[in-house]
Design a protein around this ligand. Structure first.
Ligand SMILES: *[C@@H]1O[C@H](CO)[C@@H](O)[C@H](O)[C@H]1NC(C)=O
Ligand SMILES: *[C@@H]1O[C@H](CO)[C@@H](O)[C@H](O)[C@H]1NC(C)=O
Ligand SMILES: *[C@@H]1O[C@H](CO)[C@@H](O)[C@H](O)[C@H]1NC(C)=O
Ligand SMILES: *[C@@H]1O[C@H](CO)[C@@H](O)[C@H](O)[C@H]1NC(C)=O
Ligand SMILES: *[C@@H]1O[C@H](CO)[C@@H](O)[C@H](O)[C@H]1NC(C)=O
Ligand SMILES: *[C@@H]1O[C@H](CO)[C@@H](O)[C@H](O)[C@H]1NC(C)=O
Ligand SMILES: *[C@@H]1O[C@H](CO)[C@@H](O)[C@H](O)[C@H]1NC(C)=O
Length: 667
């Protein structure tokens, strides 16, 4: 008995020794087990998985550990009836996790942020669940990810640009969600499988993804571009293919119904045709140039423009390095890759860093068709928004264009909207401007009148008019440039109305004087310009006068509702003032304000002086601005507002006529 008693401690210690390897040497991943259990307890599931503490964690169904059994490296729980959201602070705490598969369950809610911070994760399979919300942009933290499958969930929002951070990615499956917006240019060299079909994406397919098959993009709202049919609304509409050109859209859509074989045949044919054309171009245009260059007599006038301000340093005239070859192809063919991609920033460029590729990929929305061309609002992938103007009927040569852009790129004034960049090729001329979200004065004055919008009050109109006037005065007296296109739709509003900006200045030299009269700024054109086609300082003043009349009357200068057919705004105002009471001409929306009639009459007098038929009878714009400032300051003192900003202007506040103009007089 005694021996038995003495034995039992021995037995105990023996069994402890046996247990020791399990508990300590083959140590449990204690931390990870807690996290797994927390996930398990918080996520309802069918009873098919029985994770119990009596079984070592690393032997649990679907759990794998590293060789030391010290850390959980894989969790596979496909189709085990998990229901509800993935609780944060559970699986996201398995810091050694390499593979996580929770596919084919009924998990819902957002993807928890901490899952996207697992430093070693290589594969994440969450497909075939009911996950919702957006794909967090912190997905970019998973730098080592090989495979990401989020397909067949209910994810919304856009695909984050930070996907590009996943430089190891082989597989990206996002099909069958409700992702919207445009497709970011995901450019990952290792990407082998890619699918975004059956979402609500629109816009153009980035070039970096155009190598994936059609089925990877099918079933979206409005994706377009290679490999799908071409887009309509980028800045470069599909030019007619060099082969059987001149198809009507009907023919094209008919063609789309052809068999795959036929399409392939056509594509091959077209490619061959293109190749032949390219070869011909090379032979005809480039080779003679090479010879010329070798003889050391570059052609005058024809050759240099392509090289002017060129892509890189000219590699000298010796030999044919690859870059000089490229340069010559540019000179020869006119539309090579190198030239196409050259977006030239002017002035300060506002710190923009995008290139032409980015612009072409941007989602574009037509803002309006103006006298110089069509304007687009372009939202770049990084979120930058700019306005792109696609100029039409430019007659300036490349060199003229470049010189002119450099010149107007130097102009700087708070109230002038600068050109940020331009692009010039044989077929396309683009200008890039900042996007001013508040819209134009024209839209503010005439857009949806009456229907619940707050009309521009008198004080605001005065501020905007002054801002535009100061812009014009700077243009005339500083760089001595004629605007040539002053009109309300070129006055862009900012929340600070005194920072309103005049845009589209001095573009007329690009168009020569072939501009058809019907096209350029309808009711703003001075009578003499109709004949000479040449805007002057005085014709700018006329246009500005019309703009003032527009502010006063609330009537668009080219509006048909001026009574008689073909009568312009100045004539209409003159006739009304002559025959009726002066106040008849004013905008009814201004009638609600008290004590402004005198100011309005004074501004009307200034405006009428500006629209004199005889150019010499019109005042200089600096004079106009001075008179307007007087009205404004008098108004301010009378109403005892006294809160108008930018009173640093010396001509401000002086009521007597003895004040000096704010800027130097015109030459
Ligand atoms: C629980 O898991 C063990 C192995 O870990 C297995 O042998 C057993 O059958 C499972 N029980 C049920 C009810 O599935
Ligand atoms: C096993 O443990 C040793 C020491 O604790 C460690 O250096 C080693 O990296 C571990 N191996 C694995 C695969 O985790
Ligand atoms: C990209 O990955 C690096 C590390 O790989 C990380 O530091 C960075 O924050 C990530 N960027 C984004 C946008 O996720
Ligand atoms: C995408 O969808 C969300 C709602 O799911 C919506 O708020 C957002 O405006 C949409 N974005 C675009 C670009 O359509
Ligand atoms: C994409 O769709 C959104 C919402 O429907 C729209 O605002 C946007 O202009 C579209 N973009 C393109 C490029 O079609
Ligand atoms: C993309 O996913 C859809 C839907 O699952 C499928 O029909 C299509 O074949 C897939 N395409 C590719 C290229 O994976
Ligand atoms: C292109 O334009 C046609 C008709 O103008 C329209 O039906 C089609 O949806 C447009 N496609 C895209 C991708 O915008």
């Amino acid at each position: 008995m005694a021996s038995l008693f003495s034995l039992s401690p021995l037995l105990l210690s023996f069994s402890l020794l046996l247990l020791c390897p399990v508990l300590f040497t083959r140590s449990e991943p204690v931390q990870d087990r807690t996290s797994l259990l927390a996930f398990f307890n918080q996520t309802p599931h069918e009873q098919r998985i029985n994770w119990t503490i009596s079984v070592p964690t690393c032997n649990w169904v679907g759990v794998s550990c590293d060789a030391n059994q010290s850390q959980v490296t894989e969790v596979h729980l496909p189709g085990v009836g998990l229901v509800g959201p993935i609780p944060s602070g559970t699986l996201g705490q398995l810091f050694s996790l390499r593979v996580l598969s929770l596919r084919s369950n009924r998990l819902s809610g957002p993807i928890p942020d901490d899952l996207l911070n697992l430093p070693l994760l290589r594969s994440l399979y969450l497909q075939d669940n009911e996950l919702s919300g957006e794909i967090p942009s912190s997905i970019g933290n998973l730098g080592g990810l090989y495979r990401l499958d989020l397909s067949d969930n209910a994810l919304t929002g856009s695909i984050p640009f930070s996907m590009n951070n996943l430089t190891q990615l082989r597989t990206l499956h996002l099909q069958g969600n409700q992702l919207n917006g445009t497709l970011p240019s995901i450019s990952i060299a290792s990407l082998q499988q890619f699918n975004v079909s059956d979402n609500q994406l629109n816009g153009s397919i980035p070039k970096s993804l155009s190598g994936f098959p059609v089925s990877a993009f099918a079933g979206n709202l409005q994706l377009c571009g290679d490999p799908l049919p071409p887009c309509n609304n980028t800045f470069f509409p599909p030019s007619p293919s060099p082969g059987p050109s001149g198809e009507t859209p009907a023919e094209k859509s008919h063609k789309n119904k052809l068999s795959k074989g036929a399409i392939v045949a056509i594509a091959v044919g077209a490619a061959a045709f293109l190749l032949v054309i390219l070869l011909l171009l090379l032979i005809c245009c480039v080779l003679p140039r090479v010879r010329e260059r070798q003889r050391g007599m570059a052609p005058k006038g024809a050759g240099p423009p392509a090289a002017a301000g060129g892509v890189g340093a000219r590699s000298g005239d010796t030999g044919l390095t690859s870059s000089s070859k490229e340069e010559m192809t540019v000179a020869g063919a006119g539309t090579s890759e190198a030239e196409k991609n050259r977006l030239v920033f002017v002035g300060k460029g506002a710190g923009y860093t995008f290139d032409l590729e980015d612009l072409l990929r941007a989602s574009a929305e037509v803002l309006g068709k103006g006298s110089v061309g069509t304007s687009y609002k372009a939202v770049l992938e990084e979120g930058t928004t700019v306005v792109v103007k696609r100029l039409k009927d430019v007659v300036a040569t490349r060199r003229e264009f470049e010189q002119h852009m450099e010149e107007i790129g130097k102009v700087e004034h708070r109230n002038l909207l600068p050109v940020r960049a331009y692009y010039y090729s044989k077929d396309e001329k683009l200008l890039v401007f900042d996007y001013v979200p508040a819209g134009s004065l024209s839209a503010m004055l005439h857009g949806s009148r009456g229907s619940g919008r707050s009309p521009l009050d008198w004080d605001s109109r005065m501020r905007v008019a002054l801002a535009a006037g100061r812009a014009l005065a700077h243009l005339h007296t500083g760089p001595h440039l004629v605007h040539g296109n002053v009109k309300a739709s070129n006055v862009l509003l900012r929340s600070d109305l005194e920072a309103a900006a005049l845009s589209d200045y001095t573009l007329y030299p690009l168009f020569g004087n072939s501009t058809p009269p019907s096209r350029s700024a309808g009711g703003y054109r001075a009578p003499e310009v109709v004949e000479t086609r040449r805007p002057t300082f005085k014709s700018d003043v006329y246009s500005f006068g019309v703009l003032l009349l527009e502010l006063l009357t609330g009537k668009a200068p080219n509006q048909a509702s001026l009574g008689e057919e073909g009568i312009d705004l100045p004539r209409w105002v003159q006739s009304v003032v002559r025959e009726e009471w002066t106040a008849e001409v004013f905008d009814v929306e201004l009638m609600r304000y008290q004590n402004i009639e005198e100011e309005m009459v004074q501004l009307l007098q200034i405006a009428m002086a500006c629209v004199s038929t005889v150019p010499d009878a019109r005042p200089d714009v600096t004079e106009v601005v001075r008179m307007m400032e007087e009205i404004a300051s008098r108004g301010a003192t009378e109403v005892e507002e006294g809160v108008r900003e930018s009173s640093d202007d010396p001509s401000r506040g002086g009521r007597s006529g003895g004040t000096t103009p704010p800027t130097a007089p015109t030459p």
